[in-house]
Structures are given as C-alpha cells and as structure tokens.
Design a protein around this ligand. Structure first.
Ligand SMILES: [Zn+2]
Length: 188
C-alpha cells in the first residue's frame, strides 16, 4: 500500500509519497501514541504565538494531544531511541528513529540521567527507564504525559519527520484510522 502524504508547509515539504514499504509494512504495525487521549489541542502548522500578543506567528512542528497527567505514552512504531533530552522547550523528551521516520515525544514526566550503560530518561513513579540507543517494539510504553518544558497543560506534543522533513501527524493518524476501519488494525 502506498500512502500519499501531501504537506504544504513553509516549502519544507511539498508532495511526499511515503511508501509504507519504507518501514517494512503497513499501518497495521502502528500504535496510537497516548493512552487516555482526550482531545487535540493544537494542530500542526502556523499558529499565533502562544504569548497571547497575536503579533507573531510560529510554525508548530507537531500535534498536541491532551491527556491527563501520568497517562502512558507509547512508541508509535518500532525503532531505535536516537535522542533523550530534558533541557529544551520540548521538556523531557525522546526521539525514536524508524527507517526514514523520526518520531518525537515532548513534555513527559521525569528527567535525563546517566549511568554506565549510557544516557537515559527516567520516570520512577511510572516505572520508566528508556536508554539512548535502545530498540523498542511498536506500542512500547516510553513515558508518561507531563508538563516539562514549555507547556500550559498536560499533553503529548507528538512530532513526525519523514526523510528529515516535518509531516503533519494528523495525516498519519487518519491513514491509521482508515486501515482500522477496514477491520485490520487493533484498537488503541
Ligand atoms: Zn506542541
């Protein structure tokens, strides 16, 4: 199955044909990224600056998904952790690489630590410890929804890149649902 993803955003991505073969399968392997999902609070794309002045716009490189603090976050696809961080506006965060895709999870509970095995993020109360370089199956719990970094409420900021270019995660979720509606994907 070939999914046509068309994103027009700042010229960064024009017409992207994301062939699912690139990650070895179809959307059947994909996991919805957050448990206890409530609502989408901010879409991908240009928006007014959240400082409230309305005088500037910025590009929002992801989809904001509200869920109660402490809700588990799951890896959208099988992949390898390529970055763990807790010192940016993204807060405590993980980046996972799956073939040509990169998925980013921000504002999680916990913090970055380091031991003999390497750098990791930990959320002790949630029983989470994810190492940089670790490989994970799709649907693995990788953290919990928090408010680290720049955020006004608990949510998952979920970012997706394909071939180094930002993609609207809503398009991917829509494609996942389309397949689910054909009765082939397990519910989230
Ligand atoms: Zn966001």
């Amino acid at each position: 199955m070939t999914l046509g993803i068309v994103v027009s955003s700042n010229g960064a991505v024009n017409a992207l044909e994301a062939n699912q073969a690139a990650i070895g399968g179809r959307w059947l392997g994909a996991s919805f990224p957050v448990e206890n999902f409530q609502t989408y609070t901010s879409p991908f794309g240009y928006r007014s600056s959240p400082d409230g002045t309305g005088s500037s716009t910025q590009f929002h490189r992801g989809l904001d998904m509200a869920a109660p603090e402490g809700s588990y976050i799951r890896s959208w696809w099988a992949g390898k952790v390529v970055e763990v961080s807790d010192n940016s506006s993204c807060g405590t965060s993980v980046v996972i690489e799956s073939g040509q895709w990169e998925h980013v999870y921000c504002h999680m509970l916990g913090f970055v630590g380091q031991d003999a095995r390497g750098k990791y993020i930990t959320d002790r109360a949630g029983g989470m410890k994810i190492y940089d370089g670790q490989t994970l199956p799709a649907g693995t719990r990788i953290g919990r929804v928090g408010m680290t970094g720049r955020t006004t409420g608990p949510h998952l900021h979920w970012g997706l890149k394909y071939a180094s270019q930002w993609v609207d995660p809503a398009l991917v979720l829509r494609a996942m649902y389309a397949e689910q509606n054909r009765g082939q994907i397990s519910s989230r």
